[in-house]
Design a protein around this ligand. Structure first.
Ligand code: GLY
Length: 572
């Protein structure tokens, strides 16, 4: 078992800011808890508490997930908020249905394929290019519409009841966390340029009130999401975007629509894995990796170097597919069936099983029928949270403003996202997460950029066994998959599973990343090197939230918030 090892270190840039120091294995982990009735795992203790409060008030998993999202947007504006977007996967216990809500940001109507062409490579690190910082970086936010859809379609409470706790936090204030303070200091120079963010201070332990956001939340509670997609608030957002050189208009805001999509799923290792469809490439990466792995290592693989090696190999092919084939499914036809063809899986599995690290190009298998035409549009920082309620409903939600504090300006008190960086600036160019983009993911009018966000629910015998997902750019999917495998295949409980060291490979660059915050055992690293992997340390591989649902001998909900980011679950 890759048990939890040394923890140390601090924040880098990105969504994974945190303070982890000396978590010894015998210390009861503060980042985990066991409940019998309901549970919420978010990457901020206050947000989990809000979700649990809404459950106690008679809300279900949809209400609690929406309230938790709203609270996250207040207490951690570096990661998510009303100016961003996300995905929600919802399991309804009554009929066993699984619904995927896509409330990802989309490009303004005036977006063009060449709008970021002049950018060179976008180096990993603090944002500085027009797709990352300023008005052009901002996509049309989907979060308000997504929250409303979640509550009105699946919830039991009114929007007003669901918004109330976040409104209270914004009005009365909350304690600035160490993670937010670290992010604030990393981006201080940029935040100081915004009239709202410059007032925040962001010293750990101090109280922060957000009156401008409170005004928006009050209006949202009274009049619904339309109040943000128009009127005074919409106009303030558009004015701010345009002042910062952007092209978003009120028409873009009015025109925003949530999409309901069929989730992706596969059967692997005795479980039904249900996850995000395009425009996420993350869910696809996971289901292809799992299919390859099952071929390569058999149905009951032991944890250890052979599995880690095969896992690293299994990600190379789907990340190449992402580069070549992925784009907004409303504008590009994706050859999903062809990409998942058994012959392709078998070829990739054969390579993954031969014990040698292959260059990514070995996994390059163009599909036979590409159908690459682009169709006409039909008018069309990150946080993860999991909720399980007493009725057995499950919500797995990933929400984001992309890089920390998004485009680093506010409009109407709302932090605008920089999701436009998830488009390719040009064919073969990489984004902030080193993800190389292809033609299908060039920007275009009202197009959604390809994502890695992978909210996931895993079922066994028709019932949810695990709710899991992560924040952390391209590493979201590899982290989510590893934590799920730790629980389902390696017998770890939720807290052990999130704490265990993780690896990451995304094909480009040809490097197997290991965490410095949770170092992989050195003998395992040597064993991977011996197979030909170039090992490269990075600070951490994403931040995972998980709830494990045990049914026998009694119902137990084991919830854990990744100690890499400092959240804490709540529930009853
Ligand atoms: N902005 C991160 C993602 O969608 O993958």
């Amino acid at each position: 078992m890759r048990a939890m090892k040394r923890w140390g270190s601090i924040v880098l840039w990105c969504v994974s800011a945190l303070l982890i120091a000396g978590l010894a294995a015998e210390t009861p982990p503060e980042y985990a808890a066991v409940f019998t009735r309901d549970a919420v795992a978010a990457d901020h203790a206050e947000a989990s508490r809000v979700g649990a409060e809404v459950l106690a008030a008679g809300g279900n998993a949809a209400d609690a997930a929406a309230a938790t999202m709203l609270a996250l947007g207040v207490v951690n504006p570096a990661s998510s908020g009303l100016g961003g977007g996300g995905f929600a996967l919802y399991y309804c216990a009554k009929d066993g249905s699984l619904t995927f809500l896509d409330f990802r940001e989309r490009a303004p109507r005036a977006a063009t394929r060449t709008m970021f062409e002049a950018e060179g490579e976008r180096p990993e690190g603090p944002a500085s290019s027009p797709s990352q910082l300023g008005g052009l970086a901002a996509g049309v936010p989907g979060e308000p519409a997504g929250i409303e859809a979640l509550v009105t379609r699946f919830g039991k409470l009114s929007l007003r009841e669901v918004i109330a706790p976040a409104l209270r936090l914004a009005e009365e204030g909350f304690t600035v966390s160490g993670a937010l303070a670290s992010m604030g200091s990393a981006f201080e120079v940029q935040l100081r340029k915004d009239p709202v963010m410059t007032t925040w201070g962001l010293q750990p332990g101090t109280t922060l009130r957000r009156p401008r956001l409170a005004r928006v939340l009050r209006a949202f509670a009274e009049k619904g999401a339309a109040v943000i997609y128009g009127g005074v608030i919409g106009q303030e957002m558009v004015t701010a975007v345009q002042k910062h050189g952007g092209i978003m208009t009120l028409q873009d805001l009015y025109g925003y629509r949530v999409r309901t999509r069929e989730p992706l799923e596969t059967q692997a290792f005795g479980y039904r894995w249900v996850t995000a469809p395009p425009p996420s490439a993350g869910g696809f990466t996971m289901i292809q990796s799992l299919s390859i792995l099952e071929h390569a290592v058999g149905p009951k693989p032991a944890d250890g170097a052979p599995l880690l090696h095969a896992m690293a190999e299994s990600w190379k092919g789907p990340f190449l597919d992402r580069q070549r084939y992925f784009g907004d499914p409303d504008q590009v036809i994706l050859p999903l069936d062809e990409m998942m063809a058994p012959s392709r899986i078998a070829k990739r599995a054969e390579l993954a099983a031969d014990g040698k690290a292959h260059p990514s190009s070995d996994y390059d298998l163009p599909v036979e029928r590409t159908r690459s035409q682009v169709t006409t549009p039909d008018n069309a920082g990150t946080s993860h949270l999991c909720v399980v309620d007493a009725e057995g409903n499950v919500a797995s939600v990933t929400t984001t403003v992309n890089l920390p504090f998004g485009a680093r300006f506010t409009g109407g008190g709302i932090v605008l996202n920089d999701e436009m960086d998830d488009f390719a600036s040009g064919i073969g160019k990489a984004n902030a997460f080193g993800l190389v983009g292809g033609a299908r993911n060039l920007p275009g009018p009202w197009k959604r950029p390809v994502s890695t966000m992978s909210p996931t629910i895993v079922l066994q015998n028709g019932k949810p066994a695990l709710c899991v997902g992560a924040s952390g750019g391209s590493r979201i999917v590899t982290a989510t998959q590893q934590v799920a495998m730790n629980v389902l295949l390696h017998g770890m409980n939720a807290s052990e599973a999130v704490a265990a060291p993780r690896i990451h490979h995304q094909g480009t660059p040809e490097a197997l990343r290991v965490e410095s915050v949770a170092p992989l055992d050195s003998a395992l690293q040597d064993a991977l090197r011996a197979r030909g992997h170039q090992i490269e340390p990075i600070h951490n591989v994403a931040n995972v939230q998980v709830i494990q649902i045990e049914r026998s001998p009694q119902r137990l909900l084991r919830a854990a918030s990744d100690p890499r980011k400092g959240g804490r679950p709540a529930g009853h």
